[in-house]
Ligand binder design. Structure first.
Ligand SMILES: Cc1cc2nc3c(=O)[nH]c(=O)nc-3n(C[C@H](O)[C@H](O)[C@H](O)COP(=O)(O)OP(=O)(O)OC[C@H]3O[C@@H](n4cnc5c(N)ncnc54)[C@H](O)[C@@H]3O)c2cc1C
Length: 405
């Protein structure tokens, strides 16, 4: 029978296993943790933002973002939603962001595991894969304790994002030792740390704002949403959206500046007029008092500090500059930017162009998505594509062997 070993029982590994087993393959998943799907449980603050029905064109980054588009054409968002409905997960759509109806990530994992069990997939926990050796027309997959022969191998190890720094993640090195190369993996969807953190009595404030990213005075991108102001810097969905690009700039030594617009509803001139009107109505109030009712109290002294007139105040509120010195480390990130180069993998099958019979899925690849379900969607799609192709390829190989006999 066609033997497929999947390294990693996360989102893409489980999806790959279910797809391959439903095509008749003999599937074993090797998972290094005590249980599969540990990261899946953390997703969407425990609610699991599974996918997104919005426009995917600008949702991904990497050396070649069009790779992600091709993957989603091969296995679409709608196919994903239908698959989950088939295994029992009815979905809830909040402005394009899709969750299980019960809003519990545990339900998504449970449904995947029930389906894996129904299809006879073996899941071996506490099996840390240390090496993959090509052997004959297949592979030997070595763990700390055992050696598994297989016709095909699917590498679905994810990355070290969000794991404690001491976690001995080795997924990339398994692929590198087989001849693959990678774009350096950096934290993405991660908070940013400014040069000066002394200004932060604002810790704990959450406020809707627009954040713009600049390098050397050149505007690169902007994001609007709920900003979280913390003791070390800035966080929240709009910051996550620019953090991957900021990380790559910092790595290359380029200057990184963010500019926060704390009142995105008004353009700068209207905002100044608005403040002047408030002052006219309440000439007795000082600057801090003028801002009461507009901004959280902990933010007000940060905004008014050093301002000697309303022009300066309006300008600071509309364009609050922060020079960024770093991102937080990988243990604080939701995913990585970088990974195994996507041009070393077929977008039709996820098969390695370097090692035939090896497939690579999910976050290991040099693609990272925006918040909103795009990373899981990429994991589901690559898992489904690789599972199907590995099962078919293994089947063809066995048929060829029979006809030679
Ligand atoms: C806090 C948090 C919240 C998130 N929320 C969302 C969200 O709401 N929506 C969204 O789209 N994305 C979200 N993500 C990102 C998403 O979880 C990942 O992109 C996705 O899980 C990647 O799937 P994967 O299969 O590539 O890797 P993973 O799901 O990480 O699975 C990899 C598996 O491989 C195992 N493994 C690794 N190395 C080995 C080895 N050598 N031997 C055996 N097993 C190994 C790991 O233990 C793990 O179980 C979130 C991430 C985090 C950290």
């Amino acid at each position: 029978m066609n033997k497929i070993i999947i390294v990693g029982g996360g989102a893409s590994g489980l999806m790959a296993g279910i797809t391959a087993a439903s095509k008749g393959a003999d599937v074993t998943i090797l998972e290094k943790e005590k249980k599969p799907g540990k990261k899946l449980l953390k997703t969407g603050n425990g609610k699991c933002n599974m996918t997104n029905t919005g426009e995917s064109r600008h949702a991904y980054r990497g050396c070649d973002p069009s790779f992600a588009e091709k993957i989603l054409e091969e296995y679409s968002v709608q196919e994903t939603i239908s698959f989950f409905l088939h295994i029992g997960i009815y979905t809830l759509n909040r402005d394009g962001w899709v969750y299980p109806y019960c809003e519990q990530s545990g339900a998504v994992l449970e449904a995947l595991l029930m389906e894996a069990k129904r299809l006879g997939i073996r899941i071996k926990n506490n099996e840390n894969v240390t090496e993959i050796r090509p052997s004959g027309s297949g592979f030997e997959v070595l763990t700390d304790t055992w050696k598994y022969p297989s016709d095909r191998v699917i590498l679905a190890c994810g990355t070290a994002a969000s794991l404690p720094l001491k976690n001995n993640y080795n997924g990339f090195s398994l692929a590198l030792r087989l001849g693959h190369t990678m774009v350096p993996a950096l934290p993405a969807l991660v908070p940013l740390v400014p040069e000066k953190t002394a200004v932060f009595p604002w810790a704990g404030v959450r406020i809707r704002a627009c954040i713009r990213l600049f390098t050397g005075g050149i505007f690169l991108m902007e994001n609007e949403g709920q900003l979280q102001l913390t003791e070390y810097g800035i966080s929240g969905i709009p910051v996550f959206g620019i953090s991957g690009t900021a990380g790559h700039l910092l790595l290359s030594g380029a200057p990184v500046r963010t500019v926060i617009d704390f009142f995105p509803d008004f353009d700068p001139a209207s905002f100044l007029s608005f403040l002047e009107a408030r002052k006219e109505e309440h000439p007795e109030r000082n600057m801090d008092e003028l801002l009461i009712g507009l901004f959280p109290d902990r933010l007000i002294p940060v905004l008014t500090e050093g301002c000697i007139n309303l022009e300066m105040l309006a300008s600071k509120i509309k364009s609050f500059p922060l020079d960024i010195k770093s991102t937080l480390d990988l243990s604080h990130a939701q995913c990585t930017a970088g990974g195994i180069r996507s041009d070393e993998v077929s977008s039709e099958t996820c098969e390695s162009k370097i090692v035939p019979g090896l497939f690579i899925t999910g976050e290991m690849l040099d693609i990272d998505g925006d918040c909103g379900g795009w990373n899981l969607q990429f994991a589901w799609s690559t898992g489904a594509i690789a599972g199907k192709a590995a099962a078919e390829k293994a089947k063809n190989k066995n048929q060829e062997a029979k006809s030679v006999k």
